[in-house]
Write a protein that binds this ligand. Structure first.
Ligand code: OVM
Length: 401
């Protein structure tokens, strides 16, 4: 009790749809209130400054993932699905399965995907720029990762439909049982049946990332019981994150024309433009950890077994780390240190695939369109974990300059 009284208490609801679609004023109040705050509404602790979020992400022994990285505590209530062997686990179990997955997605192995990813981006860019107006979510962000990443995993082309509904369940389930959660789970049973079937060995095309995970079973690196759950991790973590991320990147460029000019003048900046959009509008805004011991954070003692909400999207705009222009989208900024992919042992295992997707899509647009503008007001898509758009109508002007 004494420790709690030392931390500022806020009664905001971080999972209120209005806060989710514009969290930045709330982030600033949390950062300015102190290094740790207590969110009374859910009885959880929170950190929103860069230094504390980075430290917590790097200290898995104190800030555990095994009780789930959402609000629900798997030690007190059953999880809605079998917990992820990667995301919702600690060493040593986590280490054993991370290694074979990491092996498939190193910068070097990801180079093997580049030609196909580039060709698909060029084809889509050509089609969209010819149309002059399109929805950067429905026609681009929701199309491209499903095409290239589901191909890379080895999902059959027919019947990828439930993927996005599954992702909606995964990312809304990290929050409280609010209307967003309930809506995502309205017709859950067929989606759960589908994802289970999609991860089986005979459902995955030979040579793909999914088949390669199953090959790790043959080598004795993982068990046959673990393989479908690791394939499930690829499908859980690899679609909606990049979908929201691509939409956010287009939003950043469409609303910062001087930055788009720089990119159009030098499409070689595409990777940097995507990276800065990850910092500025992080697709994954938050994850929880659970303390394994009482921990002193800058003079505030968080008790053991407490849920702690880490605000990566806030850390990414903390002026203490990024300076006075933290709230500016600047594709020439030095972005290393942003926490959109997390940090520490759980840092995004697919980050090089994500960057490849962002780079080739933005480069394909930048080479073809001399201007990129909003064609109508964007419509935000509230989600208990992800920040992004439901609709993003844009207009492009074709031509070199
Ligand atoms: C998983 C998983 C699910 C959602 C996100 C994520 C960002 C991982 O099932 O392993 O990482």
């Amino acid at each position: 009790m004494l420790s709690r009284s030392q931390a500022p208490v806020l009664d905001d609801d971080p999972f209120d749809p209005e806060v989710l679609v514009d969290p930045y004023p709330f982030h600033q109040r949390m950062r300015d209130a102190g290094p740790v705050v207590f969110l009374a509404r859910y009885g959880v602790w929170a950190m929103a400054r860069h230094a504390e979020v980075a430290n917590a992400l790097s200290d898995w022994e104190t800030f555990s993932s095994a009780a789930g990285v959402g609000l629900a505590d798997f030690r007190k209530e059953p999880a809605w699905r079998r917990p992820s062997l990667l995301l919702e686990a600690d060493p040593p179990a986590h280490t054993a399965v991370r290694k074979p997955v990491l092996h498939l997605m190193t910068p070097k192995t990801v180079q093997g995907l580049r030609a196909a990813f580039e060709a698909a981006a060029e084809e889509l860019g050509e089609e969209l720029v010819a149309r002059r107006e399109f929805d950067a979510v429905a026609d681009l962000a929701e199309v491209y990762p499903i095409r290239v990443f589901a191909d890379a995993v080895g999902l059959p082309e027919e019947g990828r439909g439930p993927l996005l509904r599954y992702a909606g369940m995964v990312f809304n389930a990290f929050g409280p049982r609010n209307p967003l959660f309930e809506a995502a789970f309205a017709e859950a049973a067929p989606v759960l049946e589908w994802i289970t079937a999609a991860c089986q060995r005979d459902a995955l095309a030979p040579g793909g990332l999914g088949a390669q995970i199953w090959e790790a079973v043959d080598r004795g690196d993982i068990t046959a019981d673990q393989a479908p759950l690791l394939v499930r991790s690829l499908l859980s973590a690899g679609l909606d994150t990049t979908i929201f991320g691509l939409g956010n990147a287009v939003f950043c460029l469409a609303t910062n024309p001087e930055q788009y000019d720089l990119l159009h003048a030098d499409p070689g900046l595409a990777r940097a433009a995507f990276e800065e959009s990850l910092r500025y509008e992080a697709p994954v805004q938050t994850f929880f950890r659970t303390t394994t011991r009482p921990v002193d954070v800058e003079g505030t003692v968080i008790p053991s077994d407490a849920k702690v909400l880490l605000f990566m999207g806030s850390a990414n705009r903390d002026p203490r780390r990024w300076g006075d222009d933290a709230n500016r989208y600047d594709i020439r900024r030095r972005t290393p240190g942003h926490l959109a992919f997390g940090a520490g042992i759980h840092v995004c295992v697919g980050q090089f695939i994500s960057r490849l997707e962002g780079e080739v899509v933005l480069a394909a647009l930048a080479r073809r369109a001399r201007r990129l503008d909003l064609a109508a007001d964007p419509v935000a898509k509230p989600n208990n974990t992800l920040k992004g758009f439901r609709h993003l109508p844009v207009r492009v002007t074709a031509g070199p300059s």
